[in-house]
Design a protein around this ligand. Structure first.
Ligand SMILES: NC(=O)C1=CN([C@@H]2O[C@H](COP(=O)(O)OP(=O)(O)OC[C@H]3O[C@@H](n4cnc5c(N)ncnc54)[C@H](O)[C@@H]3O)[C@@H](O)[C@H]2O)[C@@H](O)CC1
Ligand SMILES: Nc1ncnc2c1ncn2[C@@H]1O[C@H](COP(=O)(O)OP(=O)(O)OP(=O)(O)O)[C@@H](O)[C@H]1O
Ligand SMILES: [Mg+2]
Length: 318
C-alpha cells in the first residue's frame, strides 16, 4: 500500500524503480533533525519572510506560520509599517518587523541576517517600486552573507526585471506558479522552449539563471537545478484557493535549512535544495489532500495549515 503511494508520489526524469523512489523519500527523511532534549531554541530553524504590504497580509502570514508548523523554532516577518499590526494580530507566534517601507529597510533587515537560517522573499510583497528597491538591497546583503534564499510571488516579479540579482547564486530556490514561470522564461530565455515539455522548460530556465533551483508548481510540480530534474505528482486536492503556494514557500524555508545543515552524508550526493523542494511539494500536496477529505469544496489554506502536523507525520515519520 505504501509502495503504491510512493509510486504515485514521485516520478523522476527517467522511469526509476520503486526502490529508487523509496530512496529519494528516505533522503528527505534523512534531513529531518531529530527532536531531542539537548537543543536550544532556534537550532531547528530561524526563518525570515520578506513580504506583507497594504494589499496582502495573508500571504506572509501563511508562509511564516507554515514554517513554524513544519518545525522551525522562530519565524520573522519583515513587512511594511501598516501591514505589521494586521499580521501580528493573526498570530502571537510570529515576530513582525514593520521595516520594509522605511528608508533604513536594508540596514534593518541586515541586522537580523546573522540570526536567520533562510530568507523567503516575496509572499504578499506587492509591486511598489520603493519596496522592490529595498528588496534588491536585502537580496544583495543576503547573498553577501551566504544566506539561502527562497524567492516566490512578487519576489519573482523583481527577478524577471533583474535576473542578475540571483544569477548563479547556488543557495537560491525559485518557486514560480504558472504565470510567474511564463514571465521568468520570457525574461531570460532567448529561444522558445516546447511549452508541453515541462521538465525541459524548467531545466532550461534553471540553467539560464546560472543553475539556481527552480520549482514550477502545477498539476505536477517540476523542479531542477539545471542538471537533474525531479517531479512530484503526489495526490493533492482540486481546490485552487489562494495561499497554497505561500504554505509551500514557508515549508521550503525550513526544509532548505535542514537539508543544507544535514551535510552530504545524509543527502548521499543529491542536491540538498532539490531534496528540500521535493519534501515541501509533497507536504503541501498531502496537506491539500487531507484538508479536502474533511472540507471538500470549502477547503481553504487555513484548513491545509491545520493538516501540516498530521501530513508531515504520514509522509516522513511513518
Ligand atoms: N491572502 C493573501 O494575502 C494572498 C496573497 N497573494 C499574493 O498576491 C500577489 C500576487 O500573486 P498572484 O499569484 O496572484 O500573481 P499574479 O498577480 O501574477 O497573477 C494574478 C492572477 O492571474 C493568473 N495568471 C497570471 N499569469 C497567468 C497566465 N500566464 N496564465 C493564466 N493565468 C495567469 C494567476 O493565476 C493569478 O490568479 C503576491 O504577492 C502573492 O503572494 C497570494 O499568495 C494569494 C494569497
Ligand atoms: N492543477 C493542480 N493540481 C494539483 N495540485 C496543484 C495544481 N496546481 C497547483 N497545485 C499545487 O498547489 C500548490 C501551490 O501551487 P500554486 O500554483 O497554487 O501556487 P501559487 O499560485 O503561487 O499560490 P498562492 O495563491 O499561494 O500564490 C503546490 O503545492 C502545487 O503542487
Ligand atoms: Mg504564489
Amino acid at each position: 500500500m505504501f509502495i503504491s503511494v510512493l509510486r504515485r508520489a514521485f516520478s523522476l526524469h527517467k522511469p526509476h524503480s520503486i526502490t529508487e523512489m523509496e530512496n529519494t523519500l528516505q533522503l528527505v527523511r534523512n534531513i529531518i533533525p531529530p527532536l531531542t532534549t539537548k537543543k536550544h531554541k532556534g537550532q531547528d530553524g530561524r526563518i525570515g519572510i520578506v513580504g506583507g504590504c497594504q494589499e496582502y497580509t495573508g500571504a506572509p502570514y501563511f508562509a511564516a506560520i507554515s514554517a513554524l508548523k513544519v518545525g522551525a523554532d522562530l519565524s520573522h516577518v519583515f513587512c511594511t509599517r501598516e501591514a505589521a499590526p494586521v499580521i501580528k494580530s493573526y498570530s502571537p507566534e510570529l515576530i513582525v518587523h514593520p521595516v520594509l517601507d522605511s528608508p533604513s529597510a536594508v540596514r534593518d533587515v541586515e541586522t537580523w541576517l546573522p540570526r536567520l537560517h533562510t530568507l523567503v522573499v516575496g509572499p504578499g510583497l506587492g509591486r511598489d517600486n520603493v519596496l522592490l528597491e529595498n528588496v534588491k538591497g536585502i537580496l544583495e546583503a543576503s547573498k553577501a552573507r551566504d544566506v539561502p534564499i527562497i524567492i516566490d510571488a512578487d519576489g519573482l516579479w523583481l527577478i524577471a526585471q533583474h535576473p542578475a540579482l540571483i544569477h548563479g547564486y547556488r543557495k537560491a530556490v525559485l518557486t514560480p506558479n504558472h504565470g510567474e514561470f511564463t514571465r521568468l522564461s520570457d525574461a531570460v530565455l532567448r529561444d522558445l522552449v516546447d511549452g508541453s515539455d515541462h521538465r525541459e522548460a524548467v531545466r532550461r530556465l534553471s540553467q539560464a539563471l546560472g543553475n539556481v533551483t527552480v520549482v514550477r508548481k502545477g498539476e505536477r510540480d517540476v523542479m531542477s537545478d539545471g542538471e537533474h530534474v525531479l517531479e512530484c505528482a503526489h495526490e493533492g486536492s482540486s481546490r485552487r484557493c489562494g495561499g497554497q503556494g505561500d504554505l509551500l514557500s514557508g515549508a521550503l524555508g525550513v526544509l532548505v535549512h535542514w537539508a543544507l545543515h544535514a551535510g552530504p552524508e545524509k543527502t548521499n550526493g543529491s542536491s540538498p535544495l532539490l531534496l528540500a523542494a521535493l519534501g515541501a511539494c509533497s507536504l503541501t500536496r498531502q496537506c491539500g489532500h487531507q484538508a479536502f477529505q474533511k472540507h471538500g469544496r470549502s477547503t481553504t489554506t487555513t484548513d491545509m495549515i491545520a493538516e501540516v502536523g498530521p501530513a508531515f507525520r504520514r509522509l516522513f515519520e511513518t
